[in-house]
Design a protein around this ligand. Structure first.
Ligand code: NAD
Length: 371
């Protein structure tokens, strides 16, 4: 592939994407007025390799400009595939030098959960905007530390909840907000997959993941319950089930939880590493919304009581990263602010607490945090 330097990019922008250049000129910060924002991916595992990297070839407002990897053999392959020059390639040790790199505006942390806070905080201190993958961190305290570091260094922060840029999910949010079917009465969200091949993976090691199914897929179910009702839960009750303790030695296998919401609605979530589920249901006074699948990379599928949803499929990651770039460039709404990741971690901690206390109902006082 032809190597894309700043110079050739600027030329192609001028020639081929005049409209974009015109838009960028109107952006709020002089340093972004002649180019797409540069993204550095930190961690080149499967999500970066198969989703984020390819999506960054199609983004309109940002592009892959650098990589940070602990595996030297990946450097050459990525450099060749994406036309990256050597000065834009970092490892975990020299990562902080990225502060001096003017080609990089956004650092996207795509590492095991235990490394999210460290790299997000270092990125903020380097003056870079941050996208941190889900779950945002190991616990609420770490979420606070990331949020504070971004505030102190005056950089923007988002969490990798790609569905907020995805049209089916946006339609649910719109219908709930506009009360298309009246008051919501019930919401149900399932997010899980069957894991049986790699018992030693980091996701099943609590020191690296912070927890099992709940930390990995459960956050999607929590998210669904919230955007599918338009409210934060006021209480949670939870149960854990373990049927394969020989495989899930260190992390939760299956969790169900029930929510109460301020308007009187109730909700139910299911998450597991022991079965494939991928479904959303919102029931209202005068109608319903259902998606299945509801949380994978798409295309999603679903309907409301008015009829099927018909949206063209696009890469969710492309839409997500462009939404964050537009937030930086034009002050548009940040669809996934850091507070949303922190709120979900408060709920995760309450679920684990409820399980630990034999299913006791835990009250939550979240107000409108992350809504
Ligand atoms: P992965 O296991 O495929 O990759 C992990 C990367 O981290 C690898 O490049 C590995 O070399 C590196 N790494 C550094 N230290 C490590 C250690 N001690 N142990 C293991 N790996 C280490 O994982 P992934 O699927 O790419 O997930 C990375 C992050 O992205 C996670 O936080 C995950 O929850 C998130 N993710 C989000 C989505 C989404 O849809 N938003 C999808 C997949 C993953």
């Amino acid at each position: 592939m032809k190597k894309i330097t700043r110079r050739t990019f600027n030329t192609s922008l001028t020639l081929g994407a005049g409209m974009l250049l015109q838009q960028l000129k109107a952006c709020n910060n002089e340093k972004y007025q002649d180019r797409k924002l540069g993204v550095a991916l930190v961690g080149l595992g499967s999500y970066s390799e198969y989703q984020l990297g390819p999506a960054l070839l199609d983004t309109a407002y940002c592009q892959l400009a650098g990589i940070v990897t602990g595996t030297p053999s990946k450097e050459k392959r990525w450099a060749q595939k994406y036309g990256l020059s050597e000065e834009n390639i970092y490892n975990y040790e020299n990562f902080d030098d990225i502060a001096q790199n003017k080609n990089i505006d956004i650092v996207y942390v795509v590492l095991p959960n235990s490394m999210h806070a460290d790299f997000s905080i270092r990125a903020a201190k380097a003056g870079k905007h941050v996208i941190c993958e889900k779950p945002m961190a190991m616990n609420v305290q770490e979420c606070d530390a990331i949020i504070n570091a971004c505030k102190e260094n005056n950089v923007k922060l988002s969490v990798g909840y790609r569905l907020h840029s995805e049209p089916f999910t946006k339609e649910i949010k719109r219908m709930v907000k506009e009360k298309t079917f009246g008051e919501v009465k019930y919401v149900s969200a399932d997010a899980s997959y069957y894991s049986n091949r790699y018992p030693n993976q980091w996701r099943l090691n609590s020191a690296l993941s912070g927890g099992g199914a709940l930390m990995n897929m459960g956050v999607y179910a929590i998210q669904g319950a919230i955007y599918g009702s338009g409210q934060n839960p006021s209480s949670v009750t939870a149960q854990e089930f373990s049927t394969r303790p020989e495989y899930f030695k260190d992390t939760d296998e299956t969790i169900t939880a029930q929510f109460e919401f301020p308007n009187g609605a109730v909700g139910n979530i299911f998450t597991s590493h022991n079965v494939n589920t991928n479904r959303h249901y919102s029931g209202f006074e005068n109608g319903w919304i259902e998606l299945s699948p509801s949380n994978n990379y798409g295309p999603l599928k679903g309907a409301s009581s008015l009829g099927p949803f018909e949206f063209q499929h696009e890469s969710q990651q492309k839409l997500q990263m462009d939404d964050f770039a537009k937030h930086i460039l034009f002050d548009t709404e940040n669809p996934v602010p850091g507070e949303m990741g922190k709120r979900d971690m408060i709920i995760v901690e309450a679920i684990y607490q409820s399980i630990k206390e034999g299913g006791r109902k835990i009250s939550l006082d979240l107000g409108s945090m992350g809504l």
